[in-house]
Design a protein around this ligand. Structure first.
Ligand code: NAP
Length: 548
């Protein structure tokens, strides 16, 4: 038995009132980027509709309702900057926002700006084809609606297609199964249950300490040990809030000049880890470890470019794991060996401490891989674990998954799936040659997931809105990235990534979590230089694009 998805799309044939309508702009997705895109398109005075697969707004924060789900960017920075009243009025209670709070915030934004009337919920875009004769995108939804638009904006998110590995027998399990990225809205009571959780990424690291407190037994199936840093969540500091709100616009502007799109008030330490002796290095790591959050990764300026500097940070974290976990065997199993932060850095609240509990068992599925799911549990190469329910915290088809899930066809019926079979090829992470008037918000090839997502989203949405506005002003009806610009861009993204340690381990940034997915580093390390480049391109009359 499997937990049903919380929202079922309309059945084929159950068309909506919008079937047959045409718009200036169609947006796919009503998460943080789709909502803001809608707001900006309306300001241009254009007709617009948003297609949203879920039953409500929020995207990531609509679907990921697992216990402990929380953003790990500070609340005051993980929010929109476009409305001064909104940012002044909204009050976040804690340093990091919980999933329910972020969802409440996004719902508030939808209501405050009366956005819902232009959104079709429970409506999944199935296919979109560019009609060259009409110069329009023709979009079909899973419920059979056919709509058309001059511009199509994919606001489909970087981590929105959950992946459940194809374990033998996965459908035979008698109890419920859950994916962290499709959590039941009514929640799950784990009281008295033997719970298995597969995966130890960001989602699992947040869920494990919370579920361990409820379950009779929690079995954690770990393939790759995880570096995690204490989040040190706490109530927001009223003095900090007052200082930021006294000049919120200035704070946002300064954050937009940071590589991480955040923390301008707590910048990284701009020296090499090798420029100080071991004792001083330890002191700085410790200071930032105590401060909590991503500040640790700013301990020195070369953690992601210098192997020795990186190794020092990794060893510091392993020391913390050994000092926290009482059983030395379990502690060693929890000590990662790979480059720190080449997989997406993780923040936790009591993760390693959880393995000191009597009801938590760590199972090494690298040494003894999962062989099958049986009706009563999980069998590894070494043992069988009896379970009442299984949680898949096994991640997403990142960056490209939501784009290739839709049957997107450009000029001559060419498919995006086919074009990207060897890896994403686009210009600025925003536009694909052969796919005119199509924009991807936080697409592969843009900083997106390596930056505060809210900053990345606002920068893209504003660029796309300005672009559409400028095209219309100048009487252009079509914009398309050139093949040469895209080739040069892909080369640039690879070059930048290859100068870092990011490509040195198996991460979803590289598509390495999906068997058969081409190994290409997808996000671009390099905000704000990237934003400057986008400005320059626009300023030069959309250099690298063909306008018609
Ligand atoms: P993830 O980071 O991709 O982690 C997936 C986990 O499942 C990994 O531990 C992976 O092991 C394991 N796994 C996958 N297939 C497996 C298999 N066949 N057998 C055993 N283990 C398997 O996914 P996630 O935790 O959902 O996080 C995805 C991203 O979402 C994060 O990196 C982050 O960007 C975002 N996120 C953010 C927050 C936040 O803001 N706090 C919270 C949650 C998620 P391997 O490492 O060996 O592949």
């Amino acid at each position: 038995m499997h937990a049903t998805e919380p929202d079922e799309p309309n059945q084929v044939g159950a068309k909506t009132a919008f079937d047959g309508e045409s718009y200036d702009v169609l947006i796919v997705g009503a998460g943080a980027s789709g909502l803001y895109m809608l707001y900006r398109v309306r300001q241009l005075g254009l007709s617009v509709r948003v297609l949203e697969a879920g039953g409500g707004v929020g995207g990531t924060w609509y679907w990921n309702r697992y216990p402990g789900a929380r953003c790990d960017t500070d609340t005051l920075e993980y929010s929109y900057s476009f409305c001064e009243e909104l940012q002044q009025e909204w009050e976040w209670p804690e340093r990091y926002p919980t999933q329910p709070e972020i969802l409440r915030y996004l719902e508030h934004v939808a209501d405050r700006f009366a956005l819902r009337s232009d959104i079709s919920f429970n409506t999944r875009a199935a296919a979109a084809a560019f009609d060259e004769a009409a110069n329009r995108w023709r979009v079909r939804t899973e419920c059979g609606d056919r709509l058309s638009a001059q511009f199509l904006v994919m606001a489909t998110g970087c981590l929105s297609v959950p992946i459940t590995p194809k374990f033998d027998g996965v459908d035979s399990f008698a109890g419920p199964t859950y994916h962290t990225g499709r959590w039941p809205h009514e929640g799950v009571d784990f009281g008295g249950q033997r719970v298995g959780i597969i995966g130890t990424g960001s989602s699992a690291v947040q869920a494990i300490p919370v579920i361990a407190e409820q379950a009779r037994q929690l079995v954690v199936f770990q393939r790759t040990a995880q570096y995690t840093v204490p989040a040190r969540n706490q109530p927001v500091d009223p003095e900090l809030v007052a200082a930021i709100k006294a000049d919120y616009a200035g704070f946002r502007a300064r954050n937009r000049r940071m590589q991480s799109g955040q923390l301008s008030h707590r910048p990284g330490n701009d020296i090499s880890a090798l420029a100080v002796d071991a004792a001083e290095r330890e002191r700085i790591f410790e200071q930032r470890w105590q401060a909590g959050g991503f500040l640790f990764f700013g301990s020195f300026n070369d953690l992601m470019v210098n192997e020795q500097a990186n190794a020092a940070a990794a060893e510091f974290v392993r020391g913390k794991i050994r000092a926290t976990v009482r059983d030395p065997g379990v502690a060693e199993l929890l000590c990662p060996a790979h480059t720190i932060a080449c997989k997406r850095p993780v923040l936790d609240s009591g993760y390693f401490e959880t393995f000191n509990r009597g009801n938590v068992l760590l199972v090494d599925v690298q040494a003894a891989p999962i062989r099958e799911i049986t009706p009563s549990g999980v069998r590894t190469a070494a043992a069988h674990y009896e379970l009442d329910c299984i949680i898949f915290a096994t991640g997403f088809d990142g960056m490209t998954g939501a784009l290739t899930a839709i049957d997107l066809r450009g000029r001559g019926g060419v498919t995006l799936r086919g074009e990207w079979a060897a890896g994403p090829r686009n210009y600025l992470g925003l536009a694909v040659p052969g796919f005119p008037n199509l924009f991807t918000i936080t697409g592969p090839g843009s900083p997106s997931v390596l930056t505060n997502m809210m900053v990345a989203i606002e920068q893209h949405v504003e660029w796309v809105a300005d672009c559409i506005g400028s095209l219309r002003e100048q009487g252009h009806s079509c914009i398309e990235a050139t093949a040469a610009a895209a080739d040069a861009w892909v080369e640039h993204v690879n070059e930048v990534a290859d100068r870092t340690l990011y490509p040195t381990c198996n991460s979803w940034y590289l598509g390495a979590n999906i068997p058969g997915k081409p190994r290409v580093f997808m996000p671009l390390p390099g905000f704000p230089a990237y934003a400057d480049k986008c400005e320059e391109v626009a300023g030069n009359g959309y250099e690298g694009f063909a306008l018609a």
